[in-house]
Design a protein around this ligand. Structure first.
Ligand SMILES: Nc1ncnc2c1ncn2[C@@H]1O[C@H](COP(=O)(O)OP(=O)(O)OP(=O)(O)O)[C@@H](O)[C@H]1O
Length: 591
């Protein structure tokens, strides 16, 4: 089976340990027949046999030896069990550790399409609950199965040695038990797949709620969120109960069959003792070992439940394990070249699934030039800039950097040449210093300060209690929108890339601060091509060229003066922002 092959593959490095654990499980479980055997000897020789009384006096040393043997084997089994459990734990923990790192790298290496399709809560479930379920199965469920089967087999073999007919009478119960267990397994499997899905929904809801707690509070939607969560929680609990209740449908049959072992032993075994076919000692051995037949039958439901969970989790993990990103870093560039920064879009079209978002875009940016992109919301500005670092691949046409199609460049080299400040600013829970130096960890402290100054962030950082060592909360909690934008800008500039992409990075800062930032960008002390998405004419005015996007197409292109002269979209925006185009606001606040 493919899943088992996968497990075997990932046990590499611990295979010997795991196989040893399996072997010791078999040995340890086989030893369970020793004590019943010793018990049988004691009963037949010293308690119920014809010469029992004489033997008690004559063979005292044998009795002591047998008793000590019993104690010795019990200790041996306990010691073996301890050692075996350690081996299972170590092998499964090591495997978990390796697979977790592999999956983490795999998730890191996925392209944007993957993140568009996969929910964070679901990925978190895979990285935590599902992995732990698989580990638990390797360390516990497989162990339980092996031990149950071995005890069952050892008991049956031992019983056959004592009396074949009585053993067959007992085994008559096994086929119906297996049939019931098989029907149960088939019924419960889809329920566990569904259960796993509901757990993922519950985690997704929790994660979204925590991440978006400020929005929830701002809209006073706590009750709604609690209801939403309760609904998912109820769904999960219902699915859990439903799966557990299915077991109850089958449990009476299995328990009855399991009890049947004792009844048959009492009836047939008792009869056989009375007619002298088996001895008291042999009967006591049957009694002492009958649990070896009935317990696996009793546990079969729990084992099947756990196996179904195990396969449901394993399948989810394997989805991540075998997910192949469309955009890959084929081989890491040994020497990372510094690009000149020439960018060309050559008849580029782009689609999200089947929806065309960019169409026939062509323009060129020369090294060192600044190009501004403006357009209505949803016109495709962010999508356009996402094609340069190859966050997505074009549907048609080519994006070229320094004359080479980005699909032919080494991804790590390409991205290493681009500094991006995204529209949705995300800062890590780290110091401000650590956040600014994120893309360039070797950045000297004075340079961190230099870039913070260029991004007009130095003043407010110094006023913070810990200055540059202030820890900002998750996603930059504790900073204003404009402050976060300025740190993100400093972080992008600090890479000193030949291509700098700024997606609406100054939208939340005041005009005076923005003027300072514009000046800094113009005076950067390294050669740099800048692509700036902006809505303010004050930002775009100084650009070498401005592109106006509308519905995924470039509808205007030129300098500030050229576009004003055209009297199109740009002119209208300019008038709106500068003149108010003569709109009158009445005393009631209406136009
Ligand atoms: N990951 C995605 N999957 C599917 N559609 C998307 C995705 N991202 C954006 N879109 C769609 O693509 C279109 C362009 O989005 P884009 O973010 O590029 O616009 P934008 O001009 O940057 O907008 P804004 O100024 O509001 O940031 C929009 O219609 C949007 O709904």
């Amino acid at each position: 089976m493919f899943q088992l092959k996968w497990l075997w593959h990932n046990l590499i490095g611990d295979r010997v340990r795991y196989i040893l654990a399996l072997c010791l499980s078999v040995v340890g479980s086989s030893l369970t027949i020793i004590n019943p055997y010793i018990g049988q000897r004691i009963v037949d020789t010293f308690i119920a046999g014809d010469d029992a009384m004489q033997n008690l006096t004559r063979e005292r040393s044998l009795l002591i030896g047998l008793c000590l043997g019993m104690i010795g084997f019990s200790l041996l089994r306990t010691g073996l069990s301890y050692f075996t459990t350690m081996l299972y734990e170590r092998a499964s923990q090591n495997m978990l550790y390796r697979v977790r790192i592999y999956l983490y790298n795999k998730i890191q290496g996925q392209d944007m399409h993957y993140y568009d399709r996969n929910r964070t809560g679901d990925l978190m479930t895979k990285m935590t609950g599902d992995l732990e379920m698989v580990r638990h199965s390797m360390a516990w469920i497989i162990k339980t199965i092996i031990e149950s089967l071995t005890v069952f087999a050892a008991a049956v073999v031992y019983f056959f040695f004592i009396d074949v007919e009585l053993t067959w009478w007992l085994l008559i119960l096994s086929p119906p038990i297996f049939i019931v267990a098989f029907i149960f397994a088939r019924r419960v499997r889809p329920m566990y797949i569904d259960l796993r899905e509901r757990l993922s929904q519950l985690n997704t809801t929790t994660q979204e709620n925590i991440a978006g707690n400020r929005v929830v509070k701002a809209f006073a939607r706590e009750e709604f969120e609690v209801r939403k969560f309760t609904e998912k929680n109820v769904n999960y609990a219902k699915a859990n109960k439903a799966a557990a209740l299915v077991w109850l449908d089958y449990f009476p049959y299995l328990e009855t069959f399991a009890q049947g072992f004792n009844v048959i032993l009492m009836l047939a075994g008792g009869l056989f003792v009375m007619n002298g076919r088996i001895t008291f000692g042999e009967f006591s051995a049957f009694s002492a070992l009958i649990w070896g037949l009935s317990n696996p039958m009793r546990n079969i439901g729990i084992i099947i439940n756990d196996i179904q969970r195990f396969f449901a989790s394993l399948t989810k993990i394997m989805e991540v394990y075998y997910a192949h990103p469309g955009i890959v870093n084929a081989h890491k560039a040994a020497v990372k070249r510094r690009y000149q920064g020439r960018i060309r879009f050559d008849q580029v079209s782009f689609k999200y699934d089947n929806v065309t978002v960019l169409e026939d875009i062509s323009f060129t940016v020369e090294p060192g030039e600044t190009i501004a992109i403006m357009g209505a919301t949803g016109s495709g500005k962010t999508t356009l800039i996402n094609l340069i670092p190859r966050f997505y691949d074009v549907a048609k046409g080519r994006v070229l950097v320094d004359g080479t199609d980005v699909r032919k460049l080494e991804l790590d080299e390409l991205r290493g040449n681009i500094g991006v400040a995204t529209q949705d600013v995300l800062l890590f829970s780290d110091t401000i210093d650590g956040n600014i130096a994120y893309g360039n960890p070797d950045l000297p402290e004075e340079d961190v300060t230099k870039f913070a100054k260029l991004a007009a962030a130095d003043d407010f950082i110094r006023k913070m209690p810990g200055g540059y060592d202030t820890i900002v909360g998750e996603r930059g909690v504790g900073l204003s929108g404009g402050q976060k934008q300025r740190i993100a800008l400093a972080r992008a500039m600090a890479v000193q890339p030949p291509i700098l992409i700024l997606d609406d990075t100054t939208s939340a800062v005041d005009l005076e601060t923005e003027e300072h930032i514009q000046k800094s960008l113009r005076e950067l002390d390294y050669a740099c091509t800048k692509i700036i998405i902006a809505q303010r004419v004050s930002t775009t005015a100084q650009a070498d060229r401005i592109l106006i996007l509308d519905n995924g197409r470039v509808i205007e292109q030129g300098t500030h003066a050229e576009l004003l002269a055209k009297r199109g979209y740009y002119y209208e925006v300019f008038m709106l922002q500068n003149e108010g185009i003569g709109r009158q606001v009445t005393a009631h606040g209406q136009e």
